[in-house]
Design a protein around this ligand. Structure first.
Ligand SMILES: [Zn+2]
Length: 347
């Protein structure tokens, strides 16, 4: 884990004895703590023919194929959304083998679910012999996106794993996984780095001011902060928070604000709104001021948060996430959610 200094101690603990590694691993940690990078490095190490000082050699046939996205004993399952959006190009390359399933179902928006078909295909491929490596490795990310049928199918595989196979599940929200899955995995938690370490890491790609802003908007997860910056989304997210602050202060109406948000990616917007509402609830309960408050001032003094109405807002966000696959009047949905937020904070 050369680049991810904060994950180094976890890495050393995990790879100390590869032969003693449990066959089911659940990699957790806040968004932006390099879980995917950790999981991919671990997968490569498990497949490498000549590991050196707990690192993959980078030069053997296994390593070369792994990095080219063509290793026959490595499988990666993700959602159609992540496959297309490509948070990690190498993960997407491996998912190409599974995406004929996604392509079969014609949809307006890419699916955010890992369906049972993926796991069935994985099982089929796992029970054929390993091709070139001593092990077979499967990565499932984000694991909490498995629907219930997929989770049940995977459970069977975790209960009776084929020999020399390792399953790596990655999830920032392990609480959303069935308890039966969690109990059959050894959990590995990646820590959030200190601000100094995170900022120093981000400084490779951006200015100090940009690093501070990006970390504030992502609650300190450097990888997520880096992505937000690389995608040019920092101004957009700042604008988003400013809009919500104005709504709460009564400076803009729900309909006008929804119209301002309209051109943005609806699903991304739902994620941001969900996070904002959670942070707001925590703040109102004395759980600490969100870090973005240093960038976007929000006056909670005159707001009166209703827990009940906040829960109603979460429900509505969840509902829209589910039906976002269907044709949807996004403008109306945004208006409705803005009204719900207004009701929750200014009741
Ligand atoms: Zn190697």
């Amino acid at each position: 884990m050369r680049n991810w200094l904060w994950a180094q101690p976890t890495w050393e603990r995990t790879v100390g004895d590869l032969n003693a590694l449990h066959h089911g691993l659940l990699l957790t940690g806040a968004p932006g703590t390099a879980k995917r990078e950790f999981a991919m490095a671990l997968s490569q190490l498990l497949l490498c023919g000549e590991p050196n000082a707990a690192q993959p050699c980078g030069g053997c046939q296994n390593c070369v194929l792994f990095m080219a996205g063509t290793h026959p004993d490595f499988h990666a399952l993700t959602t159609e959304l992540e496959w297309r959006d490509g948070r990690m190009k190498l993960v997407s390359a491996y998912c190409n083998r599974y995406q004929d399933i996604a392509a079969r179902e014609k949809r307006a928006a890419p699916s955010r679910v890992i369906a049972v078909d993926y796991i069935r295909l994985l099982i089929e491929r796992f029970y054929t012999h390993a091709h070139i490596s001593a092990r077979k490795v499967a990565l499932i990310v984000p694991a909490e996106r498995m629907n219930i049928n997929a989770a049940n199918a995977l459970l069977k595989l975790l209960e009776e794993p084929p020999t020399n196979s390792i399953f790596i599940l990655v999830s920032a929200l392990p609480g959303n996984l069935p308890a039966t899955i969690r109990s059959r995995c050894v959990q590995i938690g990646l820590p959030l780095p200190t601000d100094e370490v995170a900022a120093a890491w981000l400084r490779q790609h951006m200015s100090a001011a940009e690093a501070t802003q990006a970390l504030a908007l992502t609650n300190g997860g450097p990888v997520e902060a880096g992505e937000l910056f690389a995608k040019g989304l920092l101004p957009l997210q700042t604008e988003f928070l400013q809009g919500l602050a104005e709504l709460i202060a009564g400076k803009i109406g729900a309909v006008a604000l929804a119209a301002r948000f309209k051109p943005h990616d609806f699903l991304q917007w739902l994620d941001w709104l969900h996070r904002f509402s959670c942070e707001l609830s925590k703040w109102a309960c004395g759980g600490g001021v969100p870090r973005w408050h240093a960038q976007v001032r929000l006056d909670l003094e005159h707001a009166r948060l209703s827990r009940e109405k906040m829960f109603a807002l979460y429900d509505q966000i969840g509902y829209y996430r589910k039906i976002a696959q269907e044709p949807l009047n996004e403008q109306l949905a945004m208006e409705e959610l803005m009204f719900a937020l207004q009701r929750a904070v200014r009741n």
